[in-house]
Design a protein around this ligand. Structure first.
Ligand SMILES: Nc1ncnc2c1ncn2[C@@H]1O[C@H](COP(=O)(O)OP(=O)(O)O)[C@@H](O)[C@H]1O
Ligand SMILES: [Mg+2]
Length: 251
């Protein structure tokens, strides 16, 4: 079982759009996939039309007992794809994580325990820099980081890399890709080029800026279901193939 996180310090960069389309793609290709919506705003749960059971909550128990977490798993409308939908109590997850003794390893240990049921666990992350983020950095085998090719997003990525260096996290896990790319913009082209020279691991395929992605909110579905042959959908499919290759390289 592999764990892939969609993460960035920044909000609104395409983490959720990637998590939803990649999770759907992985499930379609036959991988038993679990998407965990860790963002209390619940965007990926919204796209997949999955709600938490009334009264269910993330509590200390959820972090310690596999059963409590498994109880939150919901089926989606699609084969091979389950979800742990977001809920308001996720706002307290950081505090809960701070109350546990095992610091950054809680999430990894927890997820490893449900590994027999899934081939892939995808984490749709909130833009946090807290204990939760550190748990995500330890838990994930790969961390997909959407980067809009502008100077500010480049700077955010530089900061993430520096954070990994300072804290001695495994930098090989970081897998950036360009998101919301407008190829007509000279700035996007120049920034992307400069970053590719500095960071060899940036994924080759980029996600274009596309109204189709915005329309996911209208259809409440991944692109493949309403924009199959379109550029943005093809970009996510190609991106997923690249990610899969990277996953194969991990033991
Ligand atoms: N490639 C894209 N082209 C156009 N709009 C996009 C694209 N990716 C995301 N968006 C839109 O931008 C907003 C933020 O995207 P989202 O995936 O929710 O970001 P995050 O999860 O990083 O906060 C949403 O309204 C979404 O529809
Ligand atoms: Mg999001």
């Amino acid at each position: 079982m592999k764990i892939v996180a969609c993460y960035s310090f920044k909000g609104g960069v395409g983490k959720t759009a990637a998590a939803v389309n990649l999770a759907y793609r992985a499930a379609q290709s036959g991988q038993r996939t679990l998407l965990i919506d860790l963002d209390p705003q619940g965007a990926s749960s919204f796209y997949f039309r999955v709600r938490p059971e009334a009264g269910s909550k993330w509590k200390k128990q959820t972090l310690e007992q596999t059963d409590a977490l498994m109880g939150q798993i919901r089926e989606s409308d699609y084969s091979n794809l389950d979800l742990i939908p977001a809920q308001r109590s996720l706002r307290n997850l950081d505090i809960l994580l701070k109350q546990t003794d095992s610091r950054e390893t809680v999430l990894r240990r927890l997820l490893k325990k449900i590994s027999q049921d899934y081939d892939l666990i995808l984490l749709d992350c909130p833009p946090s820099v807290s204990r939760l983020a550190e748990n995500i950095f330890v838990a994930a085998d790969l961390i997909l980081v959407p980067v809009i090719p502008t100077p500010l997003s480049e700077r955010t990525y530089d900061q993430l890399v520096r954070f990994f260096k300072d804290k001695d996290y495994d930098r090989k896990k970081l897998l950036p890709f360009f998101s919301m790319v407008d190829a007509r913009k000279q700035l996007h082209r120049d920034t992307a080029l400069g970053m590719r020279q500095r960071y060899k691991r940036i994924l080759r395929h980029a996600i274009p800026y596309s109204t189709d992605v915005e329309r996911m909110g209208v259809h409440r579905a991944p692109l493949d279901l309403f924009a199959r042959g379109r550029q943005a959908n093809r970009a996510y499919l190609a991106l997923w193939e690249e990610v899969e290759l990277q996953l194969e390289g991990i033991g």
